[in-house]
Design a binder for this molecule. Structure first.
Ligand code: 4UW
Length: 514
């Protein structure tokens, strides 16, 4: 018998509007209030300017033939224009596929091909790699966010609007965002998140995560990851809060930014909490503006969290979820941060149900098992991959998370273990299957398997077991040339054979215990 756990919060209404309409609803009225500030250059976009630029760029995109059904890649570090490009693509009726600007040419080419992207917005730093990807396999135009061509597209659109061009009604049933995730196994797949999924994700947090237009957020976690997209970029825009962007995380940059801009709310991942807990320079900064912080994307060590709180003054609450759930499933509500144990991940967000299924028996368990979740934030499926979709979205719309969770009698949840193959390096997804496939293309590698092992800075990191003759140093640098930095293999062990089941499946547990 299914044992269904339900959110303790009253259901929220998920309005029937597009993501852009929902997120930018109050923006016009906010006028000159700063929406986004570039922490590196000081460049600022107000809410009023953001709406104008989004509308103009959307009209420019429509005039150049981009619209409903098209996919546009967005490949950039955090900067204010990220928000303009993101919402303009959506306002034109098209879909954003986000990607790390540090991805290699082959990684970019793969996602461009798989998503069918017809245009890309890129940061100046990512543009050369993207041009390379476009030349080698996927012809597409690249508009660089920091260059004049971007301003010209906005100006073209402004003229088009002035002479009567209209933006389409976007609705909420289409795919707004197509991030890539390996889900519960295999290689990265396009996660189809509809406008409705993403509006729901924001609406579901509204009673729990109370940002106002007095809040200032530091956007250091990348917008291209679902945590950054939903919990920072779109949440802060909807709430009228100001977000200050940093191109990449470095502790000094972050601390200086909190102090200078009086950042009120922390959006953390475990490596940032670790740095706040340990680095001496934290004490040299006035962090008194930070009133509350959230953390997610990977397991948080309770002792480390307590040390970070002691030094910053900000209690830390966790959220838990995954790309396939837009991403939030559980969350520690503001008023319970510092009240509930910092090791827990809070309660089920509104309109969300969960089951705990024993992976050994397939039976529902009362308090611990693989979490299956259901709610309006759960993806429509994987693009062009009905097999993976059917394995992940099982009967009656339950999303298999691939994580083992526990719930107590008060409805408070803990992440206990990860069942799926995914490795999380600093909160970023690393798919073992992707690294294994790459290793097998090395001429001197006969067989290979990859697992996650504990890593001081990254939480965990990929380790390869290899049958073959290359040296460790050679193999590490060969892989490093071919993958984004966060996917690098950090250790190699040479073995005689890779343990496999009779069906040929790698026995990772055996490797883990070896
Ligand atoms: N504790 C332990 C956690 C936790 C965790 C995620 O890259 P993805 O697909 O997605 C994310 C989502 C992060 C996120 C969700 C909800 C939320 O409120 C928030 O802000 C505070 C951030 O990273 O990886 C999904 C996988 O990451 C692990 C877990 O294995 C999950 O399936 N994970 N959050 N708090 N592990």
């Amino acid at each position: 018998m299914a044992r269904i756990h339900r959110s303790p919060y009253p259901p929220v209404d998920v309005p029937d509007v597009s993501l852009g309409e929902y997120v930018l609803a109050g923006a016009d009225a906010r006028g000159r209030h700063p929406a986004l500030i570039d922490g590196a250059t000081g460049e600022e976009i107000s809410f009023g300017d953001l709406v104008d630029q989004v509308r103009s760029l959307a009209a420019g995109l429509l005039a150049s033939g981009i619209g409903r059904g098209d996919v546009v890649a967005l490949v950039s570090h955090n900067q204010p224009r990220y928000a303009v490009a993101f919402h303009a693509v959506l306002a034109a009726g098209a879909t954003v596929t986000p990607m790390s600007p540090l991805a290699t040419e082959e990684e970019m080419a793969r996602q461009l091909r798989a998503s069918g992207a017809v245009l890309a917005f890129a940061s100046a730093a990512a543009a050369p790699t993207l041009h390379g990807a476009a030349r080698s396999s996927v012809p597409l135009d690249v508009v660089v966010l920091e260059e004049a061509a971007f301003d010209e597209s906005v100006a073209d659109g402004e003229r088009a609007l002035a002479t009567g061009a209209r933006l389409p009604r976007v609705g909420n049933d289409g795919v707004a965002l197509l991030p890539y995730s390996s889900g519960t196994g295999g290689t990265p797949k396009g996660v189809m998140l509809t406008h409705r999924n993403l509006v729901a994700a924001l609406a579901q947090h509204a009673p729990l995560y109370r940002l106002t237009n007095d809040d200032v957020c530091a956007a250091v976690l990348p917008y291209y990851h679902i945590y950054g997209t939903t919990m920072i970029l779109n949440y802060a825009l909807r709430a009228g809060a100001t977000q200050v962007t940093l191109p990449r995380f470095d502790l000094s940059g972050y601390l200086g930014l909190v102090e200078r801009h009086r950042v009120s709310r922390g959006h953390f991942a475990p490596p940032l909490v670790l740095a706040l807990a340990n680095a001496p320079e934290v004490d040299a900064h006035d962090l008194s503006s930070l009133r509350l912080a959230m953390c997610g994307a990977a397991p948080l060590d309770v002792a480390v969290a307590a040390r970070a709180t002691a030094r910053t003054g900000a209690p830390i609450g966790q959220g838990y979820g995954m790309t396939e759930a837009s991403p939030g499933l559980t969350f520690v509500a503001d008023e319970e941060v510092g009240v509930l144990s910092s090791g827990c991940v809070g309660r089920l967000v509104p309109n969300t149900e969960a089951r705990l299924v024993d992976p050994a028996t397939g039976e529902d368990s009362e308090s611990e098992g693989e979490m299956w979740a259901r709610g309006p934030q759960v993806m429509a499926g994987y693009l062009g991959n009905p097999t993976a979709t059917a394995e992940t979205l099982v009967e009656d719309g339950w999303l298999r998370t691939g994580d083992i969770l526990r719930v107590d009698a008060d409805g408070v949840w803990w992440v206990v273990d990860r069942l799926k193959e995914l490795i999380k390096y600093k909160g970023y997804q690393v798919a073992p299957a992707e690294l294994e496939a790459l290793l097998l293309t090395h001429p001197d590698v006969e067989d290979a398997a990859v697992i996650g092992v504990p890593h001081a800075e990254g939480g965990e990191a990929p380790k390869a077991f290899v049958v073959g003759t290359p040296t460790e140093a050679e193999l590490l640098s060969w892989v490093a040339e071919r993958v984004a930095p966060y996917k690098r293999i950090r250790a190699v062990e040479f073995v005689d054979t890779i343990p496999k089941s009779p069906a040929g499946k790698i026995l990772r547990r055996v490797l883990r215990n070896s």
